[in-house]
Design a protein. Structure first.
Length: 322
C-alpha cells in the first residue's frame, strides 16, 4: 500500500472507535483485578505482567506472518521513550502518588489526558489546528471523569507525581503516532512491553531488593495472567489500532471510559455501589465522547494525528485477512 493507495480516513472509523472504547473499558478493570495481587511486590508484579505480555505479543507478531521490519535508530529512541514514560514511568508515578494523596485525586489528574491529547496531537502533527468540537468534548470527558472518580485529598508531592502520571498517559499515545505506520499496533505493543519489563524490574530491585519477585499464589497468578493477556495485550493492540485509524486526539476522548468501566467493574465484583456523582460523571463522559467523535472525519482538523500507512501494519484487518 502506497501513500496514494491509503484508505480514506473515514474507513473503519466505527470499528476503531469501538476498539478504543473497549480497550479503555478493559483498562478500567485494573483496580478490581489489582485487588487480587495487592500482596504481591508491586513493581515486580508489573515487570512480570509486561514480560508475559511481551512474550504473547511476540508470538502474535510471528503468527501474523508479516515480513520483518528493521528498526531504525529513531524507532529505538521512540520505543525506549514510550516504554520509559507511558509504561514504566506511568506505573512508578501512580505508585508514588497514592502514597501521598488519595487515589481519587490521582485519577482526577490523569483524567485530564483527553484535554491534553485534544490540543497536543493536532499541534504535533503540524498540519491541523485542534478541532473545537474535540476540545469541547475532551473537557466534558475530563470533567465527567473527575466527577465519577471524586476529588479526594491532595499534597504538593502527590500532585507532582499525579502530574507525572498524566504526562506518562499522554506519552503513551503521542509517542506511538510516528511508530505505528511502519511497525503497526502489534509490534509497537510488543516492543514497548519488552522494554518496560526490565525497567520496572530494575526499579523493583532498588525498592524491594531480592524480594522483587516471588512465586505467586493461585489467585495472584490468575490476576497477573489477566493483567498480561487482557489488560495489556488485548487493550494495547485495540488502543494503538484506534490511534492509527482516528488519531490520538479523538481516540483520547475514550480514555473517559476508563473511570466509568472502573465503577461498573466495582459493582459487578460486589466491591461497592456507585453514588449519584459517579453516575452523573459517567453520563457527562458519554456526552463528551459523543460530542467529540461527531466531528466529520473529512475535515482537516479532524485528521490530526491520524497515521497514514505505507504498508498494512501488523495487527490491522489487512494482516488477518491475508
Amino acid at each position: 500500500m502506497t501513500i496514494s493507495d491509503s484508505p480514506p480516513v473515514s474507513a473503519g472509523i466505527p470499528r476503531a472507535m469501538l476498539g478504543a472504547a473497549l480497550g479503555m473499558a478493559l483498562v478500567g478493570m485494573l483496580p478490581a483485578v489489582s485487588k487480587t495481587i495487592e500482596g504481591y511486590p508491586a513493581l515486580g508484579g508489573q515487570a512480570v505482567r509486561y514480560a508475559a505480555a511481551a512474550a504473547l505479543l511476540g508470538l502474535l507478531v510471528r503468527r501474523a506472518g508479516a515480513p520483518p521490519v528493521r528498526l531504525r535508530a529513531r524507532d529505538l529512541v521512540l520505543l525506549a521513550a514510550l516504554a520509559a514514560t507511558g509504561l514504566a514511568g506511568f506505573n512508578l508515578c501512580v505508585l508514588a502518588a497514592v502514597r501521598d494523596t488519595s487515589p481519587a485525586t490521582t485519577g482526577t489528574v490523569i483524567g485530564a489526558s483527553p484535554v491534553v491529547l485534544a490540543v497536543a496531537a493536532p499541534l504535533l502533527a503540524r498540519r491541523a489546528r485542534p478541532a473545537p468540537a474535540v476540545v469541547a468534548g475532551a473537557v466534558a470527558v475530563a470533567a465527567g471523569a473527575a466527577l465519577a472518580t471524586g476529588f479526594g485529598d491532595a499534597t504538593a508531592r502527590g500532585l507532582a507525581f499525579s502530574a507525572g502520571a498524566l504526562a506518562g498517559e499522554v506519552c503513551f499515545s503521542l509517542l506511538a503516532v510516528p511508530l505505528l505506520p511502519r511497525l503497526g499496533p502489534l509490534r509497537v505493543s510488543a516492543y514497548t512491553a519488552a522494554l518496560a519489563a526490565p525497567m520496572l524490574l530494575a526499579a523493583g530491585v532498588a525498592v524491594d531488593g531480592t524480594g522483587v519477585v516471588r512465586v505467586p499464589s493461585a489467585e495472584e497468578l490468575a490476576g497477573l495472567l489477566f493483567l498480561a493477556v487482557v489488560i495489556t495485550t488485548v487493550a494495547f493492540v485495540l488502543w494503538y489500532g484506534a490511534v492509527a485509524r482516528i488519531g490520538a486526539d479523538r481516540a483520547g476522548l475514550f480514555t473517559g471510559v476508563l473511570p466509568v468501566s472502573a465503577v461498573a467493574t466495582t459493582v459487578v465484583c460486589g466491591l461497592g455501589t456507585p453514588g449519584p456523582a459517579a453516575l452523573a460523571g459517567s453520563a457527562l463522559v458519554a456526552a463528551g465522547v459523543v460530542a467529540g467523535v461527531a466531528v466529520r472525519p473529512g475535515r482537516p482538523e479532524a485528521r490530526a494525528g491520524v497515521v497514514t500507512c505505507r504498508a498494512a501494519p501488523i495487527g490491522t484487518r489487512e494482516d488477518h485477512d491475508a
